[in-house]
Design a protein around this ligand. Structure first.
Ligand code: NAI
Length: 731
C-alpha cells in the first residue's frame, strides 16, 4: 500500500503539514485497517521529507474533516475478535502505536486541532501530539471511555495519561471512570492545553504553537523527566498503592468487570518501565480484554443496542415528529414531581396538578430542591434554574390543563381513580392530546377503557428517581395507535431518556422480570441461607441493589398485592396458579413478624428513627437460617445464577408471548430499568455470552430446574434457538 486513503496530506507554503483525518467510507473516523495503513504511509512520508530536507517541514497539525475529530476503535471489528485472532489485533495495535511514536519523536512540533469529539482512540491520537487545542463545539466530548465498554485505551492512552497526569490522576480522572469531559472541563483537568471558540481560532492557535516551539518534545522525552506524583519505586507512593485495588473492589462490588483491573495493572506496571515497554504491556492487557466475553457483551449493549433503541428502530415509521410544548402531569407525588422536573428541564411547560394547591406546590418544591443542588454544585446557572422552575405551574384546578398537548398521569395505583382523573381532564386538554399513564402494574388496555380516545392512550412507565433513571418503558395497549406510540417515543427522546417499547401485559417487561430476581433472593432466605450471603451473592453478581434491601424499599405488601391480582387473573382465564417459594417467606414477614419493609420502619433490615437502614434483622437468622445450608447444599455460584437465570428465562418467555418484540429493548431495558448487571450486556446477551453459548445456557438451566424447581425449565423458544445454533439478536 503506497497511498493514504483516510488521512489527507495538506502542506502550506510555510512548511506546516496538516493531516486531515477523513475516512471516505464512514461518517466518523475509526481505527480500522484503512487508517492503520494510511498512518504508516503518512509517517513514512513525514520521515522521508524531514530526512531529505529538515527545513521542508516546520510542524504538523492533526485535524479532521468530519463533525467529530476521531471516534476511536472500530467496534464492529472489536466485537468479532476471538482468542485466535487476538494476535492480529495485537500486531495492528502495536503498528499504530509505533507510527504515532515516530511522529511524536520526529523533532517537529505536532498539534492536535480537535474540531469535535475526541473520545478513546481520538483522544489517544491527541495525546501523541505535543499540544492539544479543543474546539468548544456542541457535543465535543473528550476522554477515554473504553472502561465503559469493558476495554482499556490500547493506543497509548494508558501510557501517556500516566506520564501526563501521574498515576493517581490518570486512573481517577481519565481511565477508571471513563469520564467524558467538555472542552472547558478537559482544560481544567489538564487533558488539553487550550480551548478555541471557533474553527479559525483553533487553527490559529495550532499555528501559533508551531511558530513558538520549533523543536517541540513531549515532557516524557525531555531529560530528567519523572512521572508526576511518583511511581511505585518511591516508598511514599508505594505505601498508598494498596488503596487502589481496594477502591476498585468498591467500584465494581466484586462483580466480574475485568477492565478496571487490567487498567490498574497496565498503569502501575507501565510506570516502572521505559516508554516502549510500557506500550507493549498496555497492548497485552488491551488484547486480553478485547478477546474476552465481557467487552463483547458491553459493546453489544452500550454501543449497538443503545444506538438501535435510541435511534427509533422500534418507533412506528412515517409519522412526523411533533414536539410536546405543554404537558399536564396529574399527581404531584414522588413520581409526578420527578416527571415534572424532567419535562421542565427539557424546556417543556408543565402543569402539575394534584388534589390540593398545597400538595401540588409540594410536588414543585422537589424541582426547587434539585435546582438548588445543581446550582450549588456548579452544574447549572441560577438563571437556567429559575427558567426551569418558571415552566412548572402547580395547581389543583383541572381547568389549568387547557392547552396541554400531552398528559402524564401519576396518581395512586388505583384503576378507578385513574379513570376518574382522565375523565376530569379529557375535554379540557387539546382535542388530540397524547394520553399517558405511569402505572407500574395495571394493564394498559383496561385502563384505556376509561378514556374516550383509546387510540391516543399509552403506558409511559418511568423509574424512580425519575431525574436520575435513564429509561422509560412505553406500553402499547391493544387499541393504542401507531401515531400515539410514535409521539410517546418522541416525548421520551425529547426529555433525553431512552425509550423501550413493549406490548401490554401484567407487569409489562420490567416490573415482571425484576420480580423474579427479588423472589429468588427471598426464597433463599426461606431455604435457610444466611441472609448476608444472599445480599453478597447479588452484589457480586453485579446487581447495583442488594436483593433484600430492594425488597424492603418496594415494601413487602406490594408483591402480595400483585400476587393476589395475578392469581385472580390466571384463575379467571382457567389456568392453575403456582406458588413461588418466596411467597411463604413474605407472608411470614408481614403477618407473623409485622415487618412490611422500609416505609413501615421494619423489614428484612432494621431502620433507625431517621429512617436510615441499619443491619439485617437478627430475627431472620433465628427464624429462617439453617447452619451449612449455603456451603453444602447451595453453592455461591448457584445463588448468583438463580437470580440471573430467573430473569433471563422469563425474558425469553416474554419474547415468546410477544410482549417483547426487540432483543435490543430487552437488553437495554434490563440494564437501565431494573439493574440487570452491565457486564452481561443485558438479559438476553447474558444468554448469548454464557459459557457454551445457548446450548450451555440450556444445559445449566436444566440443572437448576432439577435442583431448585420447574421455574428454571428452559422455554421452548430458547431450546429451539439453541438447537438451531442461533443467538438472540441474530437477524
Ligand atoms: P404517590 O403516592 O407519591 O403520589 C400520588 C399522588 O397523586 C399524590 O400526591 C396524590 O395526592 C395525588 N392524587 C391522588 N388523587 C389525585 C387526583 N384526583 N388528582 C390529582 N392528583 C391526585 O405515588 P407515586 O409513587 O408517585 O406513584 C404514582 C404512580 O406511579 C402509581 O401509579 C405508581 O404505580 C406509579 N409508579 C411508581 C413508581 C415508584 O417507584 N413509586 C415507579 C413507576 C411507576
Amino acid at each position: 500500500m503506497t497511498e493514504s486513503t483516510t488521512i489527507r496530506w495538506e502542506q502550506d507554503e510555510t512548511g506546516i503539514v496538516t493531516l486531515v483525518l477523513d475516512d471516505p467510507d464512514q461518517s466518523a473516523n475509526t481505527m480500522n485497517q484503512a487508517f492503520r495503513d494510511s498512518l504508516t504511509v503518512i509517517t513514512d512520508r513525514l520521515e522521508a521529507a524531514v530526512q531529505a530536507d529538515p527545513d521542508s517541514i516546520r510542524g504538523i497539525v492533526f485535524t479532521s474533516a468530519k463533525k467529530t475529530f476521531f471516534a476511536g476503535g472500530d467496534l464492529r471489528d472489536l466485537i468479532r475478535v476471538t482468542p485466535e485472532t487476538a494476535q492480529q489485533l495485537l500486531d495492528g495495535g502495536l503498528a499504530i502505536k509505533r507510527d504515532l511514536r515516530r511522529i511524536e519523536t520526529l523533532g517537529k512540533p505536532v498539534v492536535a486541532a480537535m474540531n469535535g469529539a475526541a473520545l478513546g482512540g481520538g483522544y489517544e491520537i491527541a495525546l501523541a501530539c505535543h499540544h492539544r487545542v479543543a474546539l468548544d463545539a456542541p457535543g465535543s466530548k473528550i476522554g477515554c471511555p473504553e472502561v465503559t465498554l469493558g476495554l482499556l485505551p490500547g493506543g497509548g492512552g494508558v501510557v501517556r495519561t500516566v506520564r501526563l497526569l501521574g498515576i493517581a490522576d490518570a486512573l481517577l480522572k481519565v481511565l477508571l471512570q471513563g469520564t467524558q469531559y467538555s472542552p472547558q472541563r478537559a482544560l481544567e483537568n489538564g487533558l488539553v492545553h487550550e480551548v478555541a471558540a471557533t474553527h479559525e481560532e483553533m487553527l490559529a492557535k495550532a499555528r501559533a504553537f508551531i511558530d513558538a516551539n520549533p523543536e517541540s518534545r513531549q515532557p516524557w522525552d525531555k531529560p530528567g523527566y519523572r512521572i508526576p506524583g511518583g511511581t511505585p519505586s518511591n516508598p511514599k507512593f508505594a505505601a498508598n498503592l494498596p488503596a487502589f485495588p481496594a477502591n476498585l473492589r468498591k467500584q465494581t462490588n466484586g462483580a466480574p468487570y475485568p477492565a478496571p483491573r487490567n487498567i490498574l495493572a497496565a498503569a502501575v506496571e507501565g510506570s516502572q518501565v521505559d516508554f516502549e515497554t510500557a506500550q507493549v504491556i498496555e497492548a497485552r492487557y488491551f488484547v486480553e480484554l478485547a478477546a474476552g466475553q465481557t467487552s463483547k457483551n458491553m459493546i453489544q449493549a452500550f454501543f449497538f443496542d443503545l444506538q438501535a433503541v435510541n435511534s427509533g428502530a422500534n418507533r412506528p415509521k412515517g409519522i412526523e415528529p411533533r414536539p410536546v410544548r405543554r404537558v399536564a402531569v396529574l399527581g404531584a407525588g414522588m413520581m409526578g414531581a420527578g416527571i415534572a422536573y424532567s419535562c421542565a428541564r427539557a424546556g417543556i411547560d408543565v402543569v402539575l396538578k394534584d388534589v390540593s394547591a398545597e400538595s401540588a406546590a409540594k410536588g414543585k418544591s422537589y424541582s426547587e430542591k434539585l435546582c438548588a443542588k445543581a446550582v450549588s454544585r456548579g452544574r447549572t446557572t441560577q438563571e437556567k434554574a429559575d427558567a426551569l422552575l418558571a415552566r412548572i405551574t402547580p395547581t389543583a384546578d383541572p381547568q389549568d390543563v387547557a392547552g396541554c398537548d400531552a398528559v402524564i398521569e401519576a396518581v395512586f395505583e388505583d384503576s378507578a381513580l385513574k379513570h376518574k382523573v382522565f375523565q376530569e381532564i379529557q375535554h379540557i386538554v387539546e382535542p388530540d392530546a397524547l394520553l399517558c399513564s405511569n402505572t407500574s402494574t395495571l394493564p394498559i388496555t383496561a385502563l384505556a377503557e376509561g378514556v374516550e380516545r383509546q387510540v391516543d392512550f399509552v403506558g409511559l412507565h418511568f423509574f424512580s428517581p425519575v431525574d436520575k433513571m435513564p429509561l422509560v418503558e412505553i406500553i402499547k395497549g391493544e387499541r393504542t395507535g401507531d401515531e400515539a406510540l410514535a409521539r410517546a417515543f418522541d416525548l421520551v427522546r425529547q426529555i433525553r431518556k431512552t425509550p423501550i417499547v413493549v406490548n401490554d401485559s401484567r407487569g409489562f417487561f420490567t416490573s415482571r422480570v425484576i420480580g423474579h430476581f427479588i423472589n429468588e433472593g427471598v426464597a433463599m432466605v426461606g431455604e435457610g441461607i444466611e441472609p448476608a450471603s444472599v445480599e453478597q451473592a447479588a452484589a457480586q453478581a453485579g446487581y447495583p441493589a442488594k436483593v433484600l434491601s430492594l425488597m424492603d424499599e418496594l415494601t413487602l405488601t406490594l408483591p402480595r398485592k400483585i400476587r393476589a391480582e395475578s392469581k385472580r387473573a390466571v384463575e379467571e382465564a382457567g389456568g392453575t396458579w403456582t406458588e413461588h417459594p418466596a411467597d411463604a417467606v413474605i407472608d411470614r414477614m408481614v403477618d407473623e413478624f409485622g415487618r412490611p419493609g422500609r416505609s413501615g420502619g421494619a423489614g428484612f433490615y432494621e431502620y433507625g428513627d431517621d429512617g436510615r437502614r441499619a443491619g439485617l434483622w437478627p430475627g431472620l437468622r433465628e427464624h429462617f437460617t439453617r447452619a451449612g445450608a449455603a456451603e453444602a447444599e447451595i453453592p455461591f455460584r448457584d445463588m448468583q445464577e438463580r437470580m440471573l437465570f430467573s430473569e433471563a428465562l422469563d425474558t425469553v418467555r416474554l419474547l415468546e408471548e410477544g410482549v417483547l418484540t426487540s432483543v435490543a429493548d430487552a437488553n437495554i431495558g434490563s440494564i437501565f430499568g431494573i439493574g440487570f448487571p452491565g457486564w452481561t450486556g443485558g438479559v438476553l446477551q447474558y444468554i448469548n455470552g454464557y459459557e457454551g453459548g445457548l446450548p450451555g445456557f440450556v444445559a445449566r438451566a436444566r440443572e437448576l430446574s432439577e435442583r431448585y424447581g420447574e421455574r428454571f425449565t428452559p422455554p421452548a423458544l430458547l431450546v429451539e434457538k439453541a438447537e438451531k445454533g442461533e443467538r438472540f439478536g441474530d437477524a
